[in-house]
Write a protein that binds this ligand. Structure first.
Ligand code: HEM
Length: 90
């Protein structure tokens, strides 16, 4: 059976900052991850990791460490797929 991915819009992603009791989510290459459980293990520190929180961190991630295999590391933290905002009225 296929995985029941959550469809995450940019406006929903924007709310997942890691503050106000919410987990920090990050989009990487079209997939959205909850990075909160990983934060304390990040070799670059929590503050650096959170620069990619609540948004698409693909470019930033790739500029810093393209060799890091985040897909395996965050497999258990997959939230869903990043989708486009629905058109108004649809
Ligand atoms: C290392 C930043 C996301 C895994 C680092 C370092 C920085 C950094 C500055 C270097 C630390 C040092 O050498 O002193 C960021 C930023 C991120 C981000 C700004 C947000 C886009 C992630 C994610 C993962 C990750 C999502 C994995 C799930 C790692 C690993 C290292 C590292 C494994 C050590 C790499 C090595 O030394 O070869 N990060 N990181 N990072 N980060 Fe990130």
């Amino acid at each position: 059976p296929s995985t029941p991915y959550l469809r995450v819009t940019p406006s929903l992603l924007k709310k997942q900052t890691g503050r106000k009791g919410k987990d920090a989510w990050m989009a990487l290459n079209g997939k959205v991850y909850n990075v909160t459980p990983y934060a304390k293990f990040h070799p670059g520190g929590v503050e650096e990791l959170m620069k990619g929180a609540a948004r698409d961190g693909t470019k930033l991630f790739g500029e810093i460490h393209p060799w890091v295999n985040y897909e395996t590391m965050l497999a258990a933290c997959l939230v869903g797929l990043l989708v486009e905002e629905p058109e108004a009225g649809s």
